[in-house]
Write a protein that binds this ligand. Structure first.
Ligand code: GN1
Ligand code: MG
Length: 362
């Protein structure tokens, strides 16, 4: 099952490539269509159902990448490898819009790198944490007011619960009877789900510039040294909470199985992986964080896990219109998996807090 858009000759020519260029599909993401062209270019069709203003993504990306490029150069990094670089279309524009209104953008492929859906060691999670922590720390001085808000209320968990309620009410595919246990799980946690937004609205948590999609697979690792090289997928860089970036990584990285594993006995929240990520993240970003931010990092891990479960469940009820699925009930499987993980985090909340304090030496 696929809701992808094929790459046409028209698009290849628009970027100045041969019409018989070598094209490979990269199928990791759930939203955009991604192709590797001539082993040199990463070409993506931006999904404009999910991102109604693709031009805003390009603006944000141009701003953020040139800012980071300067920072990395100043500290002696290798900006060609450490940060994504936009390749303009043949007409010099940073994006190409085809006859059907699809937006295509291209970045340089960074060679000798690999991605991971799940980590193969705590060291790798430490690296992921360090990398996302560093990304956030570097963007500390970025003028947040110039960023477009790409998706409103993206990590506003109470709004996500409201969207689930709307889907329940509409039940367009008649799938409600099947998901009663999941709905009970979700709606019994409304209060907990409001914690971070409540603190933000009370002015007790600061808004920062965050990545907002910090899963393991959004980091390129050096194929030889296994060191984190580059943070990718800058589509949702916008103002957000530190807990979002910390949390989304824990959701995806400190689980012992992929987010769509159906055998839930294999899905475990691993405190050693959590510890490794926490140490890495705080080694790079910790000194800038407030006491309340540090205290609520574990809540971010829970919130991001619960929230994406709510989003998968909502999409299942709505007929799988948002996340790409590869089999029937894929979104329901993902939701069950994430709720299972969230429940385990609830049970280990105290230990999670202890590990944060230990990592900052308190
Ligand atoms: C989507 O497409 P991808 O894989 O980068 C989603 C994230 C979810 C993630 C779950 C714009 O990310 O929020 O956490 O799937 N991105 C968007 O795997 O909704
Ligand atoms: Mg993404």
């Amino acid at each position: 099952m696929s809701n992808s858009t094929a790459l046409t000759e028209q698009v290849l020519l628009a970027f100045g490539w041969a019409k018989d260029a070598t094209v490979r599909v990269l199928s990791g993401g759930h939203i955009n269509d991604t192709y590797l062209v001539d082993e040199t270019y990463v070409l993506q069709r931006i999904n404009h159902f999910v991102f109604p203003r693709p031009g805003d993504i390009i603006d944000n990306m141009l701003g953020v990448t040139s800012f980071l490029r300067e920072k990395l150069t100043a500290r002696g990094g290798d900006p060609d490898r450490d940060i994504l670089q936009i390749v303009p279309a043949a007409d010099g524009r940073p994006v190409y819009i085809d006859d059907s209104g699809n937006y295509w953008r291209c970045t340089l492929h960074i060679g000798d790198t690999v991605t991971y859906e799940t980590p193969d060691s705590p060291d790798m999670l430490f690296e992921a944490g360090r990398s996302f922590g560093d990304f956030q720390a570097m963007l500390g001085g970025y003028p947040a007011g110039t960023l477009h808000e790409i998706i409103k209320d993206f990590h506003n968990t109470p709004v996500r619960l409201q969207q689930l309620k709307d889907a329940v009410k509409a039940d367009p595919k008649g799938r409600l009877a099947e998901v009663q246990a999941e709905l009970d799980f979700a709606f019994s946690r409304e209060e907990r789900a409001g914690l971070l937004m409540g603190l933000l609205n009370d002015g007790r948590l600061p808004l920062r510039v965050t990545h907002n999609d910090t899963k393991m697979s959004n980091i390129l690792f050096d194929a030889n040294t296994k060191k984190a090289v580059c943070v990718i997928d800058l589509d949702t860089v916008m103002p957000g909470l530190t807990a979002f970036d910390f949390g989304d990584s824990i959701r995806a990285g400190a689980s012992t199985a992929a987010e769509d594993e159906t055998d839930l006995s294999k899905v475990n929240f691993d405190l050693e992986l959590y510890r490794a990520y926490t140490r890495g993240f705080l080694s790079a970003a910790g000194s800038a964080l407030t006491e309340t931010e540090l205290e609520t990092l574990p809540d971010g891990a829970w919130a991001m896990t619960f929230e994406v479960g709510v989003r998968f469940l909502t999409d299942y009820l709505n007929g799988d219109v948002y996340f790409r699925i590869k089999r029937p009930r894929h979104n329901l499987d993902r939701a069950r998996n994430q709720f299972h993980l969230a429940l385990q985090m609830e049970q280990q909340r105290e230990e999670m807090g202890r590990i944060v304090r230990e990592a900052v030496g308190k």
